[in-house]
Design a protein. Sequence first.
Length: 147
Amino acid sequence: MFRPVINDGHTLIDGGITDPVPVQVLAHAGVSKIIAVNTIPNVDEMKQRERHRNELSLTARKERRDSVHETGPVVETPTSIINVYMRSMHAMQSRMAETSCNNADVVIRPILTESVWYDFYHPERYIRCGEEAAQAALPLLKELVRV
């Protein structure tokens, strides 16, 4: 999420809050072939992520938290207001994203099980994941643009 910006008297917010995978915007603009990239884990992926987290040793969890500059127990506590809010936002965005993806021709899903929403310090991991997901989708992409 990005801080809101005021431009010509209008407050602009990160569009991902209300439309995380804007497929309909492209369809309304007349785009005939739509490739969606959905980075928001669905319920099954979240369950897989939770299993992965539970398998990590306490030391590994601490190292991971330290590596992403986590704010500590305020975020880690399952009932913290920040955690509850972020989980609620995720549930809402996940549903919206899945619905949008139903209208795309190809959906690429670069999802990292060990990622966390507050990791802004390791872009190379996410870029590599996106590249791998795009490579995996290459046959579908080629079929989509076949004349």
